[in-house]
Design a protein around this ligand. Structure first.
Ligand SMILES: Nc1ncnc2c1ncn2[C@@H]1O[C@H](COP(=O)(O)OP(=O)(O)OP(=O)(O)O)[C@@H](O)[C@H]1O
Ligand code: SF4
Ligand SMILES: [Mg+2]
Length: 337
């Protein structure tokens, strides 16, 4: 991969301006017997300070693995990640420690990610204790403040996770992520496990917190309906690769990659649960299964399901590159531009 392949922040006159996180050719593989599972396969992207970058794709395409690589909760198999100007991909555990507070993860399932035997207040206090925030009184004050910030009653500090509703449990997870005053939050499907009526409340909380604390988000979701509401730009993943990256509106109005077009063909709108049909577009129905990432197709990973595939698609892997219309797409025959 050359430096030209790095996806510059769209609309930015200086490609380096205000970049908080930069991933370059990030790869994560798992050995599977004599084969190799390519969970994340050469991902390059930049996240600008204060923006929300959405990451979307079907189950198993590598979203969570990428999210964990970005905050170095998973060791990379290749490539690098720079956070706030520092290469964090090779830092030792000791040198990573002071960087950790600045980047936090919010998990999909608050039920599973919160220790059921610990009180909510102690769960939120844990990162403060790990990073030696202050004495017991200071920690108590900070936890009460965090409860307030995420809309939980401080009277409930001593309750256990099962005594909260699903939405409240996710608020505990968010308070825990906010405790160390991070710059970056990677939210991995933070509303997927919640009732639709609760989803909007939690998404609004994310938006309010972003404004209040100048947070930068990487927001992972499996459906475009949710990411559209929160993202400035969206990266579409397929079989470990980013196949399209564009401003949210451009992506919705004019998808360049056939896979994005297929995902958009039936996007349920979170507001009323009905299909959005604001932009008349040709519908393509995805047929067939996502190939096993242990046996990725040669050439373009999407070619086994792509209605537009031609001979070249089997021979040559398309690289994520700028199209004439300003977005980035990995397709030999993009639909626009
Ligand atoms: N620790 C692991 N060991 C082996 N394979 C793994 C491991 N973690 C993830 N994988 C595999 O890597 C691929 C990507 O998984 P990942 O969980 O990142 O996908 P995802 O897009 O987050 O899916 P979902 O939408 O279901 O959460 C999958 O094929 C998965 O089985
Ligand atoms: S490169 Fe070919 S197979 Fe892949 S998305 Fe583009 S047209 Fe389809
Ligand atoms: Mg996942």
């Amino acid at each position: 991969m050359t430096t030209q392949d790095i996806v510059a922040v769209e609309g930015s006159t200086r490609p380096d301006a205000d970049v908080l996180l930069r991933a370059t050719d990030v790869t994560k593989t798992y050995p599977m017997g004599r084969k190799v599972l390519r969970a994340v396969d050469g991902v390059s992207l930049e996240v600008r300070t204060g923006e929300t970058l959405g990451i979307v794709g079907e189950s198993g395409c590598g979203k969570s693995t990428l999210g964990r690589c970005l905050v170095r909760l998973t060791e990379l198999s290749g490539g690098r990640v720079e956070f706030d100007g520092q290469d964090i991909s090779t830092l030792s555990a000791r040198r990573l420690r002071p960087v950790r507070p600045g980047m936090q993860l919010v998990f999909q399932d608050p039920q599973a990610s919160l220790n059921p035997r610990r009180r909510a207040g102690d769960i939120v206090a844990e990162p403060l204790l790990v990073h030696r925030y202050g004495d017991a009184a200071a920690v108590r004050r900070r936890v009460a403040e965090l409860f307030d910030v995420v809309g939980l009653a401080s009277a409930h500090l001593d309750r256990y996770p099962h005594e909260f509703s699903g939405g409240q449990r996710q608020r505990i997870g968010i308070a825990r992520a906010l405790a160390t005053d991070p710059k970056l939050i990677v939210a991995d499907e933070p509303v997927s496990a919640l009732d639709v009526s609760i989803q909007a409340q939690v998404l609004n909380l994310f938006a309010d917190l972003q404004e209040e604390f100048a947070l930068t988000y990487v927001f992972i979701a499996h459906d475009l309906g949710v990411v559209r509401h929160v993202s400035d730009r969206i990266a579409v993943m397929y079989l470990g690769e980013i196949v399209e990256l564009a401003d949210t509106e451009a992506l919705y109005e004019d998808p360049a990659h056939p896979y994005t077009q297929a995902l958009l063909s039936a996007v349920p709108d979170i507001d009323d649960g009905t299909l959005t049909d604001e932009v008349p577009r040709e519908r393509i129905i995805l047929t067939g299964e996502v190939p096993n990432p242990v046996d990725k197709p040669t050439g373009c990973p999407f070619r086994t399901r792509c209605p537009y595939a031609r001979e070249r698609c089997a021979l040559e892997r398309p690289r994520l590159a700028p199209t004439a219309s300003g977005r980035h797409t990995a397709c030999h025959y993009p639909l626009t531009g």
